[in-house]
Design a protein around this ligand. Structure first.
Ligand code: CS2
Length: 508
């Protein structure tokens, strides 16, 4: 329960402000969700505290006005609640200078990106926010939102459309350089974003396209970055915790695990904050770290989320507490993801794996299986195909990658008459409609896998032609429907007895 009559978090509250005011703005951030507020904002706060600089952040939320409105009501402040079983830590970053909602103020997004004071445009818009076709990696020119933005039917609605219109404005006016920094879980996220921006710009009228592409070529940079911090959704539990332990109310606190990591390519054409002060690492090996994270962490996370949801687990810690799910997770991580990765120098994989399991076991955090399981049609494309194709080419069946795919389809597109449970029902996915239709037309898992993977290329072209993988995925869908996760894990070949856990740990 929140104690009554507590004041709301504000700049006037004694002990809150560590500096006179937020710095002047230099960054526009698209995607004012919890992740940005517990990650990049925290690093920027540390950078400005240590070295100064005009690196205030204008936060842009895409559709919801809840966070921008609450930030205005709290003098742009909010609490980061670091949660571990040992206790909680509270901090208040002081770097946002403004916040608004793109849907309510669409022209303003283009203006702030075009503003000469803006030197970095950063993004956390999720894999789904890039409007690309997972099968090809290219901009989805059939997507109605992209069509809308290209046809100039009004101010742009998609992040890529907003960025290109902002760059067009810069090209037309002052031509100051600017960096576009993707902070989403996409392999090679800098190049990926650059490619989509170029593809969008090349669809403009010839004169506009020439001017804008020239600007993109010479006056922008697109560093890649690997971001890592588990950040669940805010709930009333965290609001009450903040009220009980800080003496103020905050309607938008952000829960986060203590662990945080940011590896960034140092390619900022218009300067950058000294993010090292917050622990960011500038490296030429970003793509190695990205692979490591997108596959070992995010890929294994997906398996834990889908098998957990099908076992009735509401949270990731509840899911890995099932011994057979932990075994499946260790097996996919070691035997199926790891072989596809060039591990960056200095990374100890055993320690990395143990750290992942201890992060996933953080029961205090309550990270939901439905949150990690959402948007699988876009996320899995980043996680599964390349490692799977490599193993297939070497003559090995990636059983647990097939099981991840099968568990995903069982959650989102169950066959007629099967109820995958409330956690699966709570998963959002842009492909849910299509996949439900395909499931309704299928009499077996094999038919479903064939339709989804071979005909609709859900996991890309590479896997569309892999008949043995598709067949195995279909068989595992049938086993999941008939015998549940434990049966399917045993069938997929992950060791199935608790006693083998130790053996697995020591022999992998
Ligand atoms: C998760 C990530 O939702 C997901 O797919 O795997 O959000 C994960 O928690 C973060 O990437 C951790 O850095």
């Amino acid at each position: 329960m929140t104690p009554p009559n507590l004041p709301r978090l504000s700049a006037a509250m004694p002990g809150i402000l560590r500096r006179q005011a937020a710095p002047a703005p230099g960054i526009v951030h698209l995607g004012l969700g919890n992740f940005h507020r517990a990650h990049q904002a925290v690093y920027t706060d540390a950078a400005v505290a240590a070295h100064g600089g005009d690196w205030g952040i204008i936060g842009v939320s895409s559709r919801s006005s809840a966070v921008p409105e609450a930030m205005h009501a709290q003098d742009m402040l909010y609490t980061v609640v670091e949660i571990s079983p040992a206790g909680s830590n509270f901090s208040v970053p002081q770097v946002h200078t403004d916040a608004f909602t793109a849907a309510n103020n669409p022209n303003r997004v283009v203006q702030v990106i075009g503003d000469p004071a803006t030197r970095i445009v950063s993004l956390t818009v999720t894999e789904n926010g890039y409007h690309y076709t997972p099968a090809t990696g290219s901009l989805n020119l059939q997507d109605p939102a992209i069509r809308h933005d290209l046809e100039n039917a009004g101010p742009p609605r998609t992040p890529i459309g907003q960025i290109v219109r902002g760059l067009q404005l810069r090209a037309r006016t002052h031509a100051d350089p600017v960096t576009i920094l993707s902070c989403d879980n996409l392999a090679d996220n800098g190049h990926h974003t650059q490619r989509l921006v170029r593809e969008f710009a090349s669809q403009l009228s010839p004169a506009e396209a020439t001017e804008t592409l020239d600007f993109i070529e010479h006056r922008t940079s697109f560093p890649s970055s690997m971001v890592d911090r588990i950040v669940p959704a805010t709930t009333d539990h965290y609001r009450s915790l903040v009220a009980a332990q800080t003496g103020y109310t905050d309607s938008i606190p952000v829960p986060a695990e203590p662990f945080t990591m940011w590896i960034v390519e140092d390619n900022f054409i218009a300067g950058r904050p000294a993010w090292e002060a917050g622990g960011a690492v500038f490296s030429d090996e970003v793509s190695g770290y990205e692979q490591l994270k997108v596959r070992l962490l995010n890929g294994t996370h997906s398996l834990i989320a889908y098998l957990g949801a099908l076992s009735g687990a509401a949270t990731i810690p509840d899911s890995v507490a099932h011994t057979h799910i932990e075994l499946a997770a260790r097996s996919v991580l070691r035997n199926e993801y790891l072989p596809s990765i060039s591990v960056p120098a200095g990374v100890d994989v055993d320690a990395y794996e143990e750290q992942l399991f201890s992060r996933w076991r953080n029961t205090a955090l309550g990270h939901r299986t439905s949150q990690v399981g959402s948007d699988g049609s876009v996320k899995l494309r980043q996680r599964i195909p390349l490692p799977a194709v490599e193993l297939l080419a070497a003559g090995h069946m990636p059983q647990l990658l097939a099981l991840t795919t099968a568990a995903y389809l069982t959650c989102i597109a169950p066959l007629n008459g099967f109820d995958p449970g409330p956690q699966a029902a709570a998963m959002e996915d842009p492909a849910r409609g299509l996949l439900s239709t395909l499931a309704a037309q299928s009499r077996s898992g094999q038919e479903l896998a064939e339709r989804v993977l071979a005909e609709h290329h859900l996991l890309g072209e590479e896997l569309a032609g892999q008949a043995s993988f598709i067949k195995r995925t279909g068989e595992l869908i049938d086993i999941l429907h008939a015998h549940g996760p434990a049966g399917a894990i045993a069938e997929a070949g992950a060791p199935s007895h608790a006693s083998s856990l130790q053996t697995t740990r020591s022999t992998l």
